[in-house]
Structure formats: C-alpha cells, structure tokens
Design a protein around this ligand. Sequence first.
Ligand code: GLC
Length: 527
Amino acid sequence: MSLSDKINELTIEQKIILQTGKDILRTAKIAEIPQAMMVDGPHGLRLCENGKTTPQVAFPSLSTIANSWNREAVWKMGEAIARQCQKQTVALLLAPGVNIKRHVLCGRNFEYFSEDPFLAGELGAAYVMGVQSTGIGACVKHFAANNQESGRLATNSVIDEKALREIYLAPFERVIKKAKPWAVMCSYNAVNGEYSSQNKKLLTDILRKEWDYEGLTISDWWSVDDRIESIKAGLDLEMPRGETRKLLNAVKENKLAEAELDTCCRHILDFLEKADKITQTKIDPDGQKKVAAEVAAESVVLLKNDGILPFTDDHIVVVGSYADTCRIGGKGSSEVKPLQKDSVIKQLKSAGKSFEYYPGYIINSEKTNRRYESEAINNSKGKTVLFFMADPDLSEAESYDRENMSLPLCQLRLLNKLSLVAKNIVVVLQCGAPVDCAWSKMANAILLQGLAGEYGSEGLTKILYGELSPSGKLAETWPLTIGSQASDSDFAQKKRNVFYKESIYVGYRYFDSARIRIAFPFGFGLS
Ligand code: GLC
C-alpha cells in the first residue's frame, strides 16, 4: 500500500494542513505521515535555521560551471551537494534554476546556466540526475519566465507562444523529460496575465498533460496569490506556509471540490513516500573538496593571451585583494557558508612560486585607497603583474538586478596606472556575469575564474603555470555595452508588464542576426 493510498484515511482538515508547509524548511506534521525538509542549493546546501547557518563546501555558481560545458562535471557537482543533503537528512534540494538569461543585468543570472535553452536544459538535467542518483530529490525552478529580479513578485512576463515554448519553457521541458525531477517550483511572476502559482496552462496543461510530469509542484516562497485558484490550476504544495481556514470554508461552501484537494495531496504523499526513504549518511570531506576543485578548474575561461601565459617560474607581482579573499558566490538564497576562505596567495605559496603580493584596493569599495594603490604601482615597475578584478559582493544577488556591468572604479583606475609601469599584466576576473571589458587592451591575458566556489584557486594556479590547460567556453554572450541587447527595450522597468518584444532573439540569436558587435561570443574560450 503506497502512502498516497492513505488519502482516504485523512480528514478534510488533515488534507488542508498537508497542502502547505509547517515552517520555512519543512512540510506539515500530521499523525503518522512522514515530514520532509527542503533546502536551497544550487551552490551547496544552504541550511540556516534559528539564525545559524551550517557551513558546507561551497561549489562554483551555475553560471560558472556552465562554462565547463561538461554534463559529467555538473552531474558530479549535483551528486556532491546531494551528499551534503543526506548528512542533514534534507530530502529535497531546491535546485537547479534553469531560467534563461534574457538580459545580462538580471541579478540572479549567476544562479542560472545560459542564454541558450539547449545548454541550460542539458546541464540542468545533468545536475538533477547527479542529485537524484543519491536518492535525494531535486527541484527545478523557477517555472516560468523569471528573467528579472526587479518587481519579481508582481511583474507579468508577456511572451509570444513561439518564444515561450522555444526559449523560456524549453530548458524545463528538457530537464523534466530527461531527468524527472521530484519537484518543479513555480516562479513569483505572472506569465501572460496569470501568476505562475495559479497558471493552469503552465502547471496542468503543459506540465502534466503535454509533458506527462508526475512529480510535485511547489510554490516559490510566499509566491501564492490565491490558494484556491492555485489548487485548481495544479499547484500542489504552498511553501513555506499558507492559509487553512479559508480553504476549509471554501470546501464547505463548495467553492473548492475535495477531489481537487485530493489531487494535490496525492502528489504530496508520493513525494513524502520518496522523502521518507532518505537515510542519514556521513560525508566525505576530501571527496567534496576534490569535486569542488575539479569542476572549478574545468570552468575557467581563457579570454585573451598574447603568449604571456603560462607563466614560467619567473617572479611575478600579484595585485588585488581578491587574490587573497576570492569572491566565491553571489548573494541571496543560494549563498553558502563555506568551510574556508579561498586564497590564490596561499596556493602560490604552497606551490613554491616566486611572487610578492599587494592588496591594491579594498574589497567592495569603489574608492581608491591611495596607500594601497601607490604601494602596488611602485612595486610593479617593469614586472609581470597578476591583477585580480571582481564585482562588489552585493552586485550579483537575488531580489534586485545589476545597474551596470562596470567593475569598481578603484580597480579600473589601478589597472590603468599599472598598465603604464608594468611589463605585462594578466587579469583574473571573479564574477558570475559579464562585465564591461573596455580595459581589455591593457591586459596581455585575461582569465575568467567566475564565482568558483571555495576551492577555485587550486585549478587557477595550475592553469597560470601550465600544469592544466584552460578548457572553459562562455555559456553566455559578453556584450560590449548594456545598450546593445534586444531586451533593453523592456527590462527592469518600474511597471507590471514586461513585454518580451524581442521574442526568440535572446543572446547570440539576437547578436548574430542583427550583426551586433560584442566583447566575447557565446562558446568562446582559448586554450
Ligand atoms: C526564494 C527563491 C527560491 C528559493 C526559495 C527558498 O525566494 O526565489 O529560489 O528556493 O525562496 O529559499
């Protein structure tokens, strides 16, 4: 007898309690019905409760590992993060996000794979298969068309059917058909006039009837607008908590048929039956570190090299605070508390390399620190400089979009001054989304390390000294300027409707068709 057969033993009150969460991480607690925990990814388990976050190995951002173009690497990352879930008996990992990068300034693009539906779908499926190979469930999100953070709770993505199917739903379809994720999470926004949390076309007509999806549908946290309408549309579980009194009255007043509630509860019970099989297991710290370091190394993209790389064992000057405190991830529900600080300086020391290090600027500051700046410049004359640049930590985050692609002024100013005195400059970028590269002519070489997680410096050091050949390729186009994207016409405006006037012309589909000059093309990477 399966758990969902017990539905007939449940009272209407118990069914109503079952269709919503108990707290921010858990499903309801009812009699002998098992309870399950669900926690964010996608860059490691973000288990925070009572103000305390459990440290876990932080893996590269999805935008970074996408540059590996390697399904197996993504599979291994998903599997390793699922091991973190097993240790904490978390049944469902709330990842991966496979939303399409419609605009380069979307604040959450570091949590997504690509501008291309095929690549996003293939890597998303690999991630889900990696997670679910351990018996832990994955939850593909945010279904659908969550392509900006500005006003995300209330915007309405207005999309033509062709673009909706071929661009925005395509990654979800691929993940669902290839990997059968335990859960699908709806997005906050509306699609063509109806909130995703109560969008029958998305949740039932397409997801269930066309794609034969049999798993669980859950809301994004507090994304349900009208719970009765969402049950009728096919949203099974409202997270983290929802109303019950209103639902009970609706059933009593025949505004909601018990049979509709039963459909949701059956999906929830099927999920809980799988979740109940989770067994707590130990974690292999060395295995976690090995996978995190390997996948980060595979994701480094060589954007420029006039032959200065790989370094010989000559003395170099390392400049930039991010060399010693690497930027490893973005902000919001994906932020993992790492076990350690990642430092290229530490790697260079342990590799016995000959170098000197100067901070050059202060992290997360736009303002020049004159002492740091002059110290770096005075010690770089006639030398080969390895210069680290990064966006400020808060520039890539959930709930708001980026304002521009510019790197901090103090870093650009220092690079300009270094270019006047240094013999060579190799720039390393620690960012999860494209940045303005107007300065690229000042660099002899440029490496995109990305948001590489807490073990990114090992692979970077090997690449710098030729022990490893960089193999990353860009999974998204790097535009020359902000004003060059088709979606500029309607992105992050302060209004409800967002008109996807560009239709299917997203990313390279637009830049190629319109012959727009770009900084670096989709798929680009030297070795
Ligand atoms: C957030 C995010 C979603 C996350 C959920 C739980 O608002 O949109 O990606 O899984 O809430 O933290």
